[in-house]
Design a binder for this molecule. Structure first.
Ligand SMILES: Nc1ncnc2c1ncn2[C@@H]1O[C@H](COP(=O)(O)OP(=O)(O)O)[C@@H](O)[C@H]1O
Ligand SMILES: Nc1ncnc2c1ncn2[C@@H]1O[C@H](COP(=O)(O)OP(=O)(O)O)[C@@H](O)[C@H]1O
Ligand SMILES: [Zn+2]
Lengths: 248, 248
């Protein structure tokens, strides 16, 4: 049968594509993708962000967007721009409360359209925020476009690291280099007494990075403000932030 | 074309099937499913637990299981028993670090096998722990067997509630009654100073339950012990627990 990577082709004008994954849901992938894109834009790079989580898109809420994208004469979708970033998400096209009840073939088609039929223009980086798992969405992405490197986000406990390792394993299998692993929700400093609690344990992602020989990109603490700002559509990197958050 | 629910049929010997969903990953679905199953068993019920998260199964770790299930003469898979519960998970069959890189049709086949080809025997309740999203796994489940009711787990913030509402919307669409919504990670009591922090906000799931007219099943606080015990395969309901966790 045919080579599944046969049709893989770059997106015209896009220099680098970065995949942000975790395997496990709810560990901070979207939060990291949004803030990575913003910090690249703050450094003067031309940046796009594709929300590939068709079933639970978070970019519309996290970036505070509630308008629909336009379509050009040539039937290309025009990405929505905010904070200097070109954005695309299924959440711009479908109402928030409407469940997307799709099987694999439709999923594959929509992801391919988001990669090929959006008018991304000239970009230094396209960040792709992946959903949990290693199924149709992830497979379609790696079979449709060349990925320059992947970043894996995890929280410190085994339950998340097991899924992070599966995600790393998938990237290995399809020869996508790993830029590194981030440990999110690494510890919590009580705002009342200043003492620390390791709510989801601590240090597991660093250990995993060392064992697997991949870069460890740093720790991000649990900061309630991150969650509040996400709900308000005001990403933390657009504010004066905790040093440890910004350094990651 | 044919009615997608045409082939739906009960599992012989299984009185009730409960779906536990959330839409969003990492909010505590598996933790809740495991502990719900244990508390039903502690009340003398015959209980099964199906880990339907093929891409990131957590039941093997959370229940501390690392052996493979047997197969009967009639080619039925024999569930593994622990804490008085019959268990099935893809994690029993595939090594932990191996990514499951499957597309929709294979996913559909495996979920159908877990429902029809496992020797569940006589059960009062089969709890199905669903993965995030509303795709192939969820569709195959509701089209293969009758679901008596669904429980939705969410954390308090909008980012999770948006996905919880999609999950509720899917169950509505296929006429599956909602037993109620649980708010997990509802608040955090600092072990050092006893003061409270609403890390992922607070009360959002209760508001959503009231707005949608569904039961609110209660709040579970963030308890670091829950995370540690999950990694060790010792579910919190098998221990002397916080009153508020047990009451939920
Ligand atoms: N370091 C952090 N501290 C506090 N809340 C966080 C942190 N990282 C993420 N969150 C919150 O946790 C929730 C899940 O994060 P999200 O980025 O949606 O995860 P994922 O994309 O992996 O599902 C969001 O409400 C987000 O605001
Ligand atoms: N109330 C809680 N307090 C502390 N940790 C929790 C709580 N509920 C769940 N966890 C931990 O959070 C992580 C995610 O929970 P999990 O049940 O795997 O979520 P899901 O099934 O929704 O992905 C696990 O490590 C689990 O132990
Ligand atoms: Zn404190």
């Amino acid at each position: 049968s045919k080579n599944p990577f046969e049709d893989r082709a770059p997106i015209h004008g896009v220099k680098n594509i970065i995949a942000v994954a975790s395997g496990k849901g709810g560990v901070g992938k979207s939060t990291f993708s949004v803030n990575l894109a913003i910090s690249l834009a703050q450094q003067g790079k031309k940046v796009g962000l594709l929300d590939a989580d068709l079933f639970g898109p978070s970019v519309p809420t996290m970036m505070g967007i509630n308008k629909k994208p336009d379509v050009t004469m040539k039937n290309k979708i025009v990405p929505i721009e905010k904070f200097g970033i070109k954005l695309m998400s299924l959440g711009f096209l479908i109402p928030e409360d409407t469940p997307v009840i799709w099987r694999g073939p439709v999923v594959m088609q929509v992801i391919t359209q988001f990669l090929k039929d959006v008018d991304w223009g000239e970009l230094d980086f396209l960040v792709v925020d992946l959903p949990p798992g290693t199924g149709d969405i992830q497979l379609t992405l790696v079979q449709t476009v060349p990925i320059n490197f992947a970043i894996v986000v995890s929280t410190p406990q085994d339950i998340s690291l097991i899924d992070a390792r599966k995600s790393l394993g998938m990237f290995d299998k399809v020869n996508i280099p790993i830029f590194g692993i981030v440990e999110n929700m690494s510890y919590f400093m009580c705002p009342h007494c200043g003492k620390r609690s390791d709510i989801f344990k601590h240090g597991g992602a660093k250990d995993t990075a060392e064992k697997l020989g991949v870069n460890f990109l740093g720790e991000v603490p649990i900061v309630p403000e991150i969650c509040e700002l996400s709900d308000k559509g005001e990403p933390i990197m657009t504010k004066d932030v905790h040093q440890e958050v910004r350094s990651v």
